[in-house]
Design a protein around this ligand. Structure first.
Ligand code: SF4
Ligand code: SF4
Length: 339
């Protein structure tokens, strides 16, 4: 066991793992670098990014900048964040890109207003780099003019490049049907990263509770103690900061707890990461409901609360702006894993 693995294992055992999700489909290197700076200084010990070597390098750079700034800002970074790269099966929300079918579009422009990443400009040609595949545009489109393309990536080639660029963990978004193809990709993930934690992200949109538990058993057969299950309530749904938004993240963890962890002693130490609608209420609600978890992964809400600070032209030098962003992010980290 290498030292970094041991370090991460300890964090998980203590329930102290906080992962900022930059977005599996987020290929905006500048944004990822800035988010890495803010959340590293805020105490996050995990950063989840797209499986794109340039994005991983941007994230590493952000962490390095955070270490340089830490001295000037008098902040102690306890643990260098672990970088996870996220890949997904075709059909999974996290790895798709929206496109507008112009023949159907009536140019009502409703999609522009709801896009959280400003990926839809006024000419309605979606910026693929900014699109995170959340589906908000599709849900408001009155004429079903939004379709999706899967972000095809050859895992055997791209993942080793990401590890070389500085990633340590790999996450497979595997919430679609089709066990055989998923387990083939999972075998590849385990082969490429045999010495560290590997994560499978699952939600219940397509999987019944029985399917869900069965898939976790199969994932554990290959990964053993290195397995993390990211229990994804409703993917990318963390728009509001309230109890209801985080309800499904707690519910899926409850299903796993009741149907697997409490029933089969082999799974009593299964690592569960809450995600999908997570916010500042997640940890509190999980504890109120006696839900066991090893950490919290927050994406939409965590990015939203610091968004206004990212656009500062003098981001790396304006310490007033940076300190304000760090303080907001730190509150979320503390509420999630410290209280
Ligand atoms: S919401 Fe649909 S119809 Fe309206 S502009 Fe967007 S793609 Fe076109
Ligand atoms: S609303 Fe979501 S899916 Fe649609 S373009 Fe924006 S980021 Fe992409």
């Amino acid at each position: 066991m290498n030292e970094r693995y041991k370090e991460m294992k300890e964090l998980l055992q203590k329930g102290k793992y906080f992962k900022l999700v930059c977005g599996a489909g987020n290929e905006n290197v500048d944004e990822v670098r800035k988010l890495a700076v803010i959340y590293t200084l805020a105490g996050a010990n995990g950063l989840d990014v797209s499986a794109t070597p340039a994005v991983v390098k941007g994230c590493v750079k952000g962490i390095d900048i955070a270490y340089q700034l830490a001295k000037e800002l008098n902040i102690n970074i306890a643990i260098r964040p672990f970088i996870t790269v996220s890949v997904g099966m075709p059909g999974d929300h996290h790895v798709r890109k929206a496109k507008i079918i112009s023949a159907k579009c009536i140019k009502c422009k409703q999609c522009i207003e709801v896009c959280p990443t400003k990926a839809i400009p006024s000419n309605l040609v979606i910026n693929r780099e900014l699109c995170i595949g959340c589906g908000h545009c599709e849900s408001v489109c009155p004429v079903n003019a939004i379709a999706y393309e899967h972000n095809e990536k050859g895992l055997a080639q791209i993942l080793p490049e990401c590890l070389k660029a500085g990633a340590e963990n790999i996450e497979l978004h595997a919430a679609v049907l089709g066990d055989e193809s998923i387990m083939k990709e999972w075998a590849l993930v385990n082969k490429i990263q045999p010495n560290h934690f590997v994560s499978m992200c699952l939600d219940r949109k397509h999987l019944s509770n029985t399917h869900l538990i069965d898939r976790i058993r199969k994932a554990a057969n290959m990964a053993g103690d290195r397995l993390i299950i990211q229990a994804d309530g409703v993917p990318m749904s963390g728009g509001s900061d309230d109890y209801n938004t985080t309800l499904q993240a707690i519910a899926i963890a409850d299903v796993i707890q009741k149907n697997l962890i409490e029933k089969d002693s082999k799974f009593q130490n299964l690592n569960i990461l809450l995600s999908g609608g997570t916010n500042s209420y997640t940890s509190k609600m999980a504890k109120l409901c006696n839900i066991y978890f090893n950490g919290v992964a927050i994406g939409t809400h965590a990015r939203k609360i610091v968004r206004e600070y990212l656009s500062n032209d003098n981001f790396y030098k304006d310490f007033k702006n940076l300190s304000a962003a760090i303080s907001i992010a730190k509150k979320l980290v503390v509420e999630s894993i410290e209280e």
